[in-house]
Design a protein around this ligand. Structure first.
Ligand SMILES: *[C@@H]1O[C@H](CO)[C@@H](O)[C@H](O)[C@H]1NC(C)=O
Ligand SMILES: *[C@@H]1O[C@H](CO)[C@@H](O)[C@H](O)[C@H]1NC(C)=O
Ligand SMILES: *[C@@H]1O[C@H](CO)[C@@H](O)[C@H](O)[C@H]1NC(C)=O
Length: 391
């Protein structure tokens, strides 16, 4: 008995030693706020007032996550239509005032706190009308739509953004949040244009590339009518001259993988196994930059099952949970059937005044899965880097 326990423990250690989470933390949602119009009024909320309609981070919340929770990764959302106003078009001309607000958030995370930061254009591979995002807006690169920005414009946008952050080793470039309902080969073409543009600036940092179908892990190897091939069959063709690109995966645990429901029903290990096999066969890595679950005991085994699965499989190099952010108040970013159970923002409260999901989900369940040692120095990389406690 004792002997076999020791063997089992040794086997477990062997698995642990080969699989490493290098980067772990939380998504910061708020930069994409303030543009939803019930009547789909184009241009509603643009540019919006910083600090009133939208904001990127609350520095006090970042302090708590880094100083107390010892996370080393944040994913900070912004809207393409604010960085590149419609009057300029998508491309290399930025709204400098807006850029400076964003750069301030990125620099706080990376320079002041020493953590890594994913730049997240939260625009669903669409540009020009976020009034009912995720459904509105012209698909970038859609040659059948005369109002659509081109793939070349998307490349110009990425070249400019990458150039501005090329000297910041703590940055990670996320090409786009959740492309959906478009040609998978166009996702591939836009991804490749972004990678080429980023590398043309000399930037060496990690890039994470999405697939189609909201970048869902469970959907990665499936092809849908009208949207073939599968993300797997398309993204296998991505080329990065530095081999420093990983896949950017989202995975929710409810019945339709939307993150809308409070009941969990879709176990991640089962739903990620085909993706994992594909990653392994192609020697690729992934980051899961959106996942989440409700508070309460019903979801707990699903959430721990997912975090343990990422810890156990070397294909997964990092994760950010959805979501913290400065403007949620009592509202919930996911997983509550629209009830106000709070967010992952430190200090968050539910609508009834009880503790929000920072306490009821992050501290209760997620925190144990933040590795004691993470990467705190060096250029962001698909290979990770030296592991240490927070310096
Ligand atoms: C640029 O951003 C600032 C700050 O949000 C805003 O006041 C200004 O109107 C924006 N300019 C354009 C062209 O959108
Ligand atoms: C990238 O990977 C390819 C295929 O394994 C290899 O031939 C190439 O030398 C690698 N490039 C770098 C910069 O590591
Ligand atoms: C989540 O937290 C809220 C607020 O405290 C509570 O009302 C609700 O019952 C909890 N949900 C579950 C599934 O336990």
């Amino acid at each position: 008995m004792l002997f076999s326990n020791t063997l089992a423990a040794a086997a477990l250690l062997a698995v642990k030693a080969s699989a490493t989470i290098f980067y772990a933390g939380v998504a910061e949602s708020g930069g994409e706020f303030g543009v939803y119009s019930a009547t789909a009024q184009q241009g509603y909320g643009l540019p919006g007032v910083f600090g009133q309609d939208y904001s990127f981070i609350d520095k006090k919340g970042i302090d708590v996550y880094v100083d107390k929770n010892k996370v080393n990764l944040f994913r900070v959302a912004f809207l393409l239509e604010r960085m590149c106003p419609l009057s300029y078009g998508l491309g290399s001309k930025f709204n400098e005032t807006h850029f400076n607000y964003y750069a301030d958030a990125v620099n706080y995370i990376t320079k002041t706190k020493g953590a890594y930061c994913i730049l997240d254009p939260h625009s669903y591979m669409r540009y020009n009308n976020p009034s009912q995002q995720p459904m509105t807006g012209s698909i970038i690169g859609d040659t059948k739509d005369v109002t659509a920005a081109t793939t070349a414009q998307f490349g110009a946008f990425w070249k400019e953004l990458a150039k501005r952050f090329a000297g910041n080793e703590k940055v990670i470039f996320s090409i786009m949040n959740e492309p959906h309902d478009m040609e998978t080969n166009l996702v591939l073409a836009n991804n490749q244009a972004a990678i080429d543009a980023i590398r043309s600036t000399g930037a060496k940092q990690l890039i994470i590339a999405p697939g189609n179908s909201w970048s869902g892990g469970h959907a990665w190897t499936q092809s849908y009518t009208g949207y073939s091939p599968s993300s797997a069959d398309a993204m296998v063709h991505l080329k990065d001259p530095l081999n420093n690109t990983a896949l950017d995966i989202h995975e929710y645990l409810d019945v339709d993988y939307s993150g809308g429901h409070s009941l969990c029903a879709s176990p991640a290990p089962e739903n990620l196994k085909d993706l994992t096999a594909w990653l392994k066969a192609n020697k690729l890595k992934a980051m899961i930059t959106e996942f989440g679950a409700s508070n309460g005991t019903q979801c707990e085994s699903y959430l721990t099952g997912m975090l343990q699965y990422m810890a156990d499989n070397e294909e997964y190099i990092g994760w950010t949970a959805w979501a913290a952010g400065p403007f949620w108040g009592t509202y919930s970013p996911c997983c509550t059937d629209s009830q106000q159970w709070g967010s992952l923002e430190p200090g968050s409260k539910a609508g009834d005044g009880s503790p929000g999901m920072y306490e009821t989900v992050w501290l209760k369940t997620i925190q144990k899965f933040v590795p004691k040692k993470l990467v705190w120095k060096g250029t962001s990389s698909v290979k990770g880097g030296p592991l240490s406690k927070r310096p």
